[in-house]
Design a protein around this ligand. Structure first.
Ligand code: SAM
Ligand code: SF4
Length: 325
């Protein structure tokens, strides 16, 4: 469907859990999070019901996220159910990758088309530091497994943080040169509890580009997938580079997405704290047609743009891992 600003909404990101096996400094508190009662989390039946209604409205692409989606029990079963729904053309996943290697074949057979990995450092020590205990080797094995089963283009999302990994920009580019990987540099955003975020840690994509262009010839390419990245090929290399600059160059006018939290609240934007409680509606036994109407009403309230520059805001009581990154 089209929203009130004429944007075609075709993509839903579904958070399947707010829990995670890592504790990235910019995302989760060290102590972990207060566990939601199982009954408050969307069941697979709930997720399928919402996906069916969403597909009636024209959603044809679903991305599973979290928290860490691969820790949800029988995630492979959910992937194959979603991939089998008429109207859903593509099921994808965003993951830290540490559990991916052992599941790659089954996920692929289940119909997972593509996967985005989050990886903020290529140094084992720094990876362990930023994730508070993760093993770089586990994530790397996941990335290799995705390439092996042929989930191309395999993407890596790298949040660039001044003083932490800005000295690794060329190392990441080198990875994209040597492997058929799409490295996407993302500006550090003020989301979540902001324990780690502050203005001085933000590097604009403009700065990242200027470091890269001293060493590589970046050749603009068509957008890969339907994300917000500006895409480039590395001349002579196997993979490519993407830039996502939510702060310095917002892409709201092209936004095609909605988000579903692990608790079943529909959000139109990471930065819009209005939510529509779909789980509550499902508990009441809402029909597919009524669910469609509720979704359509919610989407009609999608704001024109985010106001990230104004900060996360006190009114915004959710963290990134709760909304689904
Ligand atoms: N656990 C999975 C993972 O790490 O890919 C999926 C959920 S995670 C919340 C999704 C993405 O959000 C990750 O790529 C992470 O780097 C990104 N993210 C979290 N906080 C962020 C921030 N403050 N700025 C930019 N990206 C952020
Ligand atoms: Fe977990 Fe992903 Fe958040 Fe890291 S960014 S703590 S992997 S949910």
């Amino acid at each position: 469907m089209r929203d009130n600003y004429g944007r075609i909404i075709s993509y839903m990101r579904i958070s399947v859990t707010d829990r995670c096996n890592l504790r990235c400094r910019y995302c989760m508190p060290e102590s972990g999070i207060k566990k939601l009662e199982h009954s408050r989390i969307l069941s697979f039946e709930d997720i399928i019901a919402i996906a069916e209604a969403a597909s009636d409205l024209g959603i044809n692409k679903i991305r599973l996220t979290g928290g860490e989606p691969l820790i949800r029990r029988n995630i492979t079963g959910l992937v194959s159910q979603l991939a089998g729904l008429p109207g859903i053309d593509e099921v994808t996943l965003t993951t830290n990758g540490t559990l991916f290697a052992g599941m790659a074949k089954d996920l692929h057979l289940g119909g997972l088309k593509r996967v985005n990995f989050s990886l903020d450092s290529l140094s084992a020590q720094k990876y362990e530091y930023i994730t508070r205990g993760g093993r770089l080797e586990d994530a790397w094995q996941g990335i290799l497994a995705a390439m092996e089963v042929g989930m191309h283009p395999v993407k890596i999302n790298t949040v660039i943080i001044k003083g932490f990994n800005d000295d690794e920009i060329l190392d990441f580019a080198d990875l994209a040169y040597r492997y058929p990987l799409q490295i996407r540099f993302i500006e550090f955003m003020p989301v979540g509890d902001l324990l780690f975020w502050d203005d001085s840690k933000v590097i604009s994509i403009k700065e990242v580009k200027s470091v890269l262009s001293e060493h590589y010839n970046l050749v603009p390419t068509a957008q890969i997938g339907n994300g917000p990245a500006e895409c480039f090929r590395l001349e002579g290399g196997q993979g490519g580079i993407g830039f996502i600059s939510p702060l310095s160059n917002h892409f709201c006018s092209k936004c095609n997405r909605i988000r579903l939290t692990a608790e079943g609240k529909l959000r139109n934007c990471l930065y819009d704290y209005h939510e529509t409680d779909l789980k509550a509606a499902l508990v009441k036994g809402i029909s597919r047609e009524e669910l469609c109407q509720l979704l359509a009403q919610a989407i009609s309230r999608k704001p024109e743009r985010h106001h990230m520059q104004a900060g996360w805001g006190k009114a915004n009581n959710r963290k990134m891992y709760q909304i689904g990154g």
